[in-house]
Design a protein around this ligand. Structure first.
Ligand SMILES: [Ca+2]
Length: 186
């Protein structure tokens, strides 16, 4: 009986899966994109491991069902098989639009365009979807964008290091000049 219930849950999950989004992101970015972009488990929702349907207790199953009932945008959900970005997608678009977007996954970029930057790495969630990078991981993003963000975050330290280096070089140069001048004295 238990196995039958798990098989039934897996079947329902498969019906509500969104592999089209992963495929689009991967094709568009030419990066390898796994289920961990939206799901709690990088292996996807089906299975018995942490973050997968087979591991959920009754409270988590209720949260999953509640999230699947969030048809309209704006409903805050906490689906345990999704990560924060996945839950944000449900909140921003609602399940109905998400199902529609399977036909045209680029719609996600449109709906996310004002949804911010979850991990604060300077690359918006919408752009990370196109780039095939993880919107939940501030160390995962377009290298140039991450570099610019790091420069912004550490601007003061960078200026201080440059000033200290310049001061050190100025001092060394003066010291060498002083030695040179001292060497010319009779
Ligand atoms: Ca980001």
């Amino acid at each position: 009986m238990g196995r039958m219930i798990i098989a039934l849950v897996f079947a329902v999950t498969a019906l509500q899966a969104y592999p089209e989004f992963q495929k689009f992101s991967q094709t568009h970015s030419r990066r390898t994109v796994n289920c961990g972009m939206c799901h709690a488990s990088p292996e996807g929702p089906d299975g018995l491991s942490f973050g997968q349907v087979g591991s959920l207790d009754s409270v988590q199953m209720d949260l999953l069902k509640e999230a699947r009932r969030a048809q309209r945008p704006g409903m805050e959900v906490s689906n345990p098989i999704l990560n924060p970005f996945g839950n944000k997608l449900v909140q921003v678009m609602g399940v109905r639009l998400l199902v529609d977007a399977k036909k045209d996954p680029a719609m996600l970029h449109y709906y996310l365009k004002d949804a911010g930057d979850m991990d604060g790495d300077g690359v918006t969630d919408a752009q990370e979807f196109l780039d095939g990078t993880n919107p939940n991981n501030r160390h995962h993003g377009d290298p140039l964008a991450l570099l610019l963000t790091n420069v912004q975050h550490h601007f003061f330290e960078i200026v201080m290091i440059l000033l200290a280096t310049a001061a050190g070089m100025f001092g060394l140069s003066n010291l060498l000049l002083a030695f040179a001048a001292g060497g010319k004295k009779p």
